[in-house]
Design a protein around this ligand. Structure first.
Ligand code: GDP
Length: 421
């Protein structure tokens, strides 16, 4: 189908990078629609491992790759990534397009992100401290600095001076940190302008034209559905919209231009940082899943919390995204378990049970998982067909959600994916 959104169906780290990499082969344009350099998709190609933060993963397949208006960009991180890609033989010039409307992460955003988290202590959100939340906050406050601002030195200077006057007060008076020197920041960002200029593009027009010409456009989100700013488990969320509709907003196209929404979910669940997590595994099995799945943050190295598959949360993801199919990744990680609990309902504090994700935060915080135990397969997932019990697990998930599971991840390698009909 011409326009497909690939969306994380859980709390991020679902293995979207690998699925995007797979679908990018048959795409003409790959578009990243939200988030900043906190994403960290991992793509393994033979001996090479790519950990991509800013540029859409399509670049590994040599596909034109666009970064939409809904993203925030740290130029230093972007340039380092472009350099790394070039050094490994991937051309980026003429293939990477950056929306002039995307916002820039400024040094005070990084400083404030860290200072705020430190001050929150036990109540911290668990951000990656890369300035992403503060950059989105400034976008909403209308004092953000956009990619296109660096192209005009006068505008750049005026905007930096305006923002810095306020930020320095916060940094000094609230957090006791050193202020930034406007002249220094202007000089740094003027330097970035030279490098950024050739990449700046009208990404709305780019996508519109591609779709009119019948080309296949793939949209990739970062993070996942339950981290959505509006519909996720606020405040333990990201500061943008990972849900599929975010793709249309970020690229300035109508929602009716999107044909397919492919959700990506692990065969279990992980969550980074704080917040409620009903299906979190109790006992040593959690550590076992973490080790088998290599569940440590791509960017931060932090341990991910691990849970059994949560169909209540996944059903919510189907609804929020208008999901038309599902990719179930990392099924191989469950291969050594004799029994596999799957969370099918939540028991609410009043004793009632529901299959629907609670609309009220207190219900979600205090609900308990109701598990159904499925049979494990206890053999490796090799070859072109899944063992009977593994297929049973996959069919159970698809049936409960009313969405076909079309892809199954059976290993870390690029080609360890089975297509199901
Ligand atoms: P993303 O941000 O959604 O792309 O997720 P990450 O890249 O942070 O995490 C996914 C991790 O799982 C990466 O290390 C992938 O190489 C790995 N991975 C992806 N699919 C599979 C799979 O089917 N099986 C296994 N064992 N690992 C996988």
């Amino acid at each position: 189908m011409p326009a497909t959104v690939i969306v994380g169906a859980q709390w991020g780290d679902e293995g979207k990078g690998k699925i995007v990499d797979l679908l990018a082969q048959d795409s003409d344009l790959v578009c990243r629609y939200q988030g900043g350099p906190n994403a960290g998709h991992t793509i393994v190609v033979g001996e090479e491992t790519y950990k991509i933060r800013a540029v859409p993963s399509g670049i590994i397949r040599g596909k034109p790759s666009a970064i939409g208006a809904g993203c925030v960009i740290d130029p230093a991180v972007l340039f380092a990534e472009l350099d790394d890609l070039e050094a490994r033989g991937h051309r980026t010039a003429g293939l990477v397009f950056v929306s002039g409307n995307a916002h820039l992460i400024m040094p005070w955003h990084v400083a404030l992100d860290g200072a705020r988290e430190r001050k929150l202590g036990n109540l911290q959100i668990g951000t990656t401290r890369r300035g992403i939340g503060p950059a989105y906050a400034d976008k909403a406050t209308r004092i953000g600095i956009r990619v296109q601002d660096v192209l005009d030195p006068k505008i750049l200077r005026a905007k930096i001076e305006l923002a810095i006057a306020e930020k320095n007060v916060w940094l000094e008076r609230v957090y006791g940190l050193e202020p930034f020197d406007p002249a220094e920041v202007v000089a740094t960002y003027e330097g970035y302008a030279v490098r950024l200029r050739p990449y700046v593009a009208d990404t709305s027009l780019l996508v519109d034209r591609a779709l009119r010409e019948g080309k296949r456009v793939l949209f990739e989100g970062a993070q996942g559905t339950l981290l959505d700013l509006d519909h996720g488990t606020y405040p333990f969320v990201t500061s943008s919209s990972p849900i599929a509709a975010g793709a249309a907003v970020s690229f300035g196209i109508g929602p009716n231009r999107i044909d397919e929404v492919l959700g990506v979910s692990k065969a279990y669940v992980t969550r980074v940082g704080e917040g409620p997590f009903p299906s979190e595994i109790e006992g040593p099995a959690q550590e076992r899943v973490r080790e088998l799945g290599g569940e440590f943050g791509t960017v931060t190295g932090r341990e991910r919390r691990c849970g059994w598959l949560d169909l209540v949360a996944l059903r919510y993801a189907v609804r929020l995204n208008g999901m038309t199919s599902l990719a179930l990744t990392k099924l191989d990680v469950l291969s050594t378990f004799a029994e596999l609990p799957v969370c099918v309902r939540y028991r609410l504090p009043d004793g009632s049970e529901t299959e629907e994700f609670p609309a009220h935060q207190s219900d979600f915080h205090h609900c308990r998982p109701v598990f159904e135990t499925l049979q494990g397969w206890e053999e490796e997932l090799e070859g072109p067909a899944l063992p009977e019990a593994a297929l049973g697990y996959v069919r159970f998930v698809g049936g409960a959600l009313g969405v076909p599971v079309t892809l199954v991840g059976t290993g870390q390698a690029r080609d360890a994916v089975l297509a199901l009909s």
